[in-house]
Ligand binder design. Sequence first.
Ligand code: ZN
Length: 243
Amino acid sequence: MIATVLEDAEVGRILVVSAHPDDVDFGAAGTIARWTDAGIDVVYCVVTDGAAGGDDPTVSRADIIGLRQAEQLAAAKCVGVSDVRFLGYPDGRLEPSLDLRRDLTRVIRQVRPDRLVCQSPERIYERIQVSHPDHRAAGEAALDAVYPDSRNPFAFPELANDEGLPAWTVREVWISGGPEPSHFVDITDTFPRKVAALRAHQSQTGHMDNLEDMLRSWLSWSAAMGGLPEGRLAEAFRVITTG
Ligand SMILES: [Zn+2]
């Protein structure tokens, strides 16, 4: 399937919604570095507090929240992103609730992105970790917030009436980590910054001696699927026109 994709020159702002700190860096950091290099403003919205992450029993769950936020801010910096918003939902128990749809609609109306990146609400069976329940819930709620909530002036009327946030239509969605990717971004040149971003998530990746090899193997596979030349690395997305 050939995706019709907006030219980057038509895109002023991009919002990335992800369930956990580090998801955006595994899924899209190389692509995001290309966008910020092209002068596009990118904002991250991390839905959960990340308190169920890491494997160090000596770090308290209360401390891990602040630690993971700091790690995500440092990772964002590696790829040119400085605006990171944390919604603070409990890690591991996320549902695509009306509360979450309202909170994502608020962020969409604040940021007014042309393009939104989110995780897939669909499970894939090839790499089970990609389809964590929180990822699927965050993806489902983000898509519901794109259509119909954020563009419907009568959805969550308190956002317009009390917070002065009028309806906004997101023109395009890029779904990461789902079945049937349709668009492959060559990130060979920004790969070192993706690795640096992932290394910034010390509590999650500090023990992964083979991180770079693992990433090269995934990204080479995506590049081959996208028909890129041998030796290139790619991140894969399904692109949907939502305008
Ligand atoms: Zn995750």
